[in-house]
Design a protein around this ligand. Sequence first.
Ligand SMILES: [Zn+2]
Length: 1002
Amino acid sequence: MLLVLGRRVSLSFVKRVIPQYPVLLSNPILQDLRTIKFRVIHSSTVFASATRQNTDTMPERRPFVRLPTDVYPVNYGLCLKPDLIDFTFEGKLEAIVKVNLATNQIVMNCADIDIITASFVPEGGEGEEINATGFNYQNEDEKVTLSFPSALQKGSGTLKIDFVGELNDKMKGFYRSKYATPAGEIRYAAVTQFEATDARRAFPCWDEPAIKATFDISLIVPKDRVALSNMNVIDRKPHPEDDSLLEVKFATTPIMSTYLVAFVIGEYDFVEGQSSDGVTVRVYTPTGKAEQGKFALEVAVKTLPFYNDYFNVPYPLPKIDLIAIADFAAGAMENWGLVTYRETALLIDPKNSCSSSRQWVALVVGHELAHQWFGNLVTMEWWTHLWLNEGFASWIEYLCVDHCFPDYDIWTQFVSADYTRALDLDALDNSHPIEVNVGHPSEVDEIFDAISYSKGASVIRMLHNYIGDKDFRKGMHSYLLKFQHRNAATEDLWDCLEQASGKPIALVMSSWTKQMGFPIIVVDQEQQGDDRILKISQKKFCASGPHNGEDCPNWMVPISICTGEDPGCTKLKVLLDSPETTITINNISPDQWVKINPGTVGFYRIQYSSAMLEGLLPGIRDLTLLPVDRLGLQNDLFSLSRAGMISTVEVLKLMEAFVNEPNYTVWSDLSCNLGVLSSLLSHTDFHEEIQEFIRDLFTPIGLKLGWECKQGEGEPPGAGGHLDALLRGLVLGKLGKAGHKPTLEEARRRFKDHVEGKQILSADLRSPVYLTVLKHGDSATLDTMLKLHKQADMQEEKNRIERVLGAISAPDLIQKVLTFALSEDVRPQDTVSVIGGVAGSSKHGRKAAWKFVKDNWEELHNRYQGGFLISRLIKLSVDGFAIDKMAAEVKSFFESHQAPAAERTVQQCCENILLNAAWLKRDADDIHQYLLKRKAPGLNNPAPPPPFFQRGPPCIIAASAPPFSVHRWTESEHTQSRLNFSKRKNTNDDDVNKQAKNLTKR
Ligand SMILES: [Zn+2]
């Protein structure tokens, strides 16, 4: 399954004490950069209690036992007859089962289903039908126990169950999905979403991934509807009792897990193609929109042979369908042979889809098709190993897109989208190990998070780099062959990779998957003749600063090293398996820089000594460092500042060195971090100053890109300009939102022409223009935008508008947006992003969104029934607060309003709020002074500043006193700067762009 996860909303703070001393490097590059201050972090009762409180409230394990195995299924004969008017369905199950141990009970999973009759017929014993005499539903455990008057004897038999259920509106199990016909009539399709534990809502079954069986599925449907399932149709005939109905029979599936079963009944068109290895591929779209399936079809037709070749195992089914479902909670679901998608993750309109949507569709198709092997053919033994499924698919989707669209530079984007997101979440005390024991369904729902997906993908990327592609593929091939049509655990993959590579994979990887968190690698160097001696050590990195306790965990860290001589080439590889080590690089001149983790592949943060960082910084401005390494350096330093290990001011100074940056992903990451900071500073009265900083930073690149697309930009694959189109949208949106006048005026002009139909905005410019005019707009702007929303035919356009509506500033209009979020005009899965957009847009929006969530909790909770959308809603609504008491308020609210699948999310949010509050207290004044000072050079500029990055001790937490003094502002300087600061009204803000990105990206 692929989720629509948020990214980078976590912030942080400080807990331990470091002496304040200047570090880092002088530099000719960053004229005004001075001293990175390593701070003394005074232990604080607030922080200490925050940490304690978090451990005290770890989610409690719910009682849970897996199904007994004395009776298990071999084949499910399943016939379902949905009623698309009354939203009910009738079902008939005839399952061939094996009785291992004589018993008079059968325990199965069953939820929200009423069993009418049940009986058992022993093999060869027709006429000996034994009727069940009791159905004991254990609702809490989602099980039913069928009791029989006499023991079922060891051997085979057929279990027959007639049942009825509801086509629910909760986007799980067998549910109804609303759509409008081209004539505007509202109708419903019947569709499924079973992962993780919802097949039991469609039919009584053994709903555990390791209990595999084959399926013979029949559907009785209105004759004018399309009926699809995992396999191809083998028979289609009129229903004997009702000639308005058809009975559609599908071929027997391979042996498979219940969560991968799927059926869809509705009205769809399709486009069809064939992969070079002979598999029929269809993309199903809403009626009249078959053209919009072409892009996904092209991707799928290229992707299947890519995976066939990569795994060296053929795709085992004769067909694969990809279908766009109107109401869909996740991003997509890999049902074997019938992959379901949100409309926005599958449909591309050449005129109205933007470049990021194309990229998104390519990634999602790549993700789901990879699961056809990794997940469907070989399945995790239990949900504890879910990460392996999702981490692997989230990694290989990039490999596949890199193959299909080399111009996307997709691996750099991986670092910004997945790697840094995982580092941020995993630095929290309330993170969890990748491998986590889960039992009860609510606990299973909870692990569909960025740790399973993004950290999983990041450690697999690190592993792939450690092993090398050749051995990795060899190991993967033997794993798929050995476990095909069966189940496997994490260790089984390690065994295969270990055999293929001869490296200690299990040992290395268990340190990453079985313990939570990751290390910060602290590095210092010394030149000895022609040799460079590196001192390297590791400590656990926490969002509140490095772990200082005695029980500090260790990781087996694959470390690569490159030098200035050849920044793209790894010079040395070592495996750090102890708290510290020393490495010698031979034949290196003293003026060469040394960089750890080239490619930003290792899953850790780095803290360089001042001298080493000084050497690396010129590479940012002259672009000799690779983009992915420029991004990684900036992101590490930002994270260290959030953790209180350096001043945030120093990161602002560093950001100014990116003024010549040409790379989209580097800008995107920087923009995201600035969004986090802007959100934090919306709690202060100098929010306008950070907007000015953003305007200054983004103006040169904005001027360079301009408004007009160059030829070929944003065109379909291969035409080039994809990244320029993404960068233009990012930069214009950032400038417009920050109130850059020329951008605002141009956006308003273009918006007017667009609305009047004079000049339709290109798809890539719509988000930044909508965002800009709304941010600085009034009620008429909002009304126009809501009208555009109503008129929009494509879901992509509707979503685009929904995500930016929250940017509107006036309180009464914010309220109008929130009311709109729950209206019929917004699809249930998209309500979350409208509310999230409001919360992420401004200080007022944040308060209003949280109040709205509290006031409408019952409806929202009921709507999402505890699935992962509820976690996402909570995170988006409260994560941006930066006042201690809000953590207490959030905690208290969820104590009285239970959301079992979101318990960990609530704890993470409370931790983040406390981290934000501490960050703000710690750094707000310094940031304010810096922002004032850069506005009025000469007036308030205290002279002479110490050089930016002083040579000094390494940037580690050392007990020694600083070797020289740090300039601190005097009171008179503060007063002077205040006098020179004409206070402007605080404007609301956060980063709607970031929200937009969060929601588009998984
Ligand atoms: Zn997945």
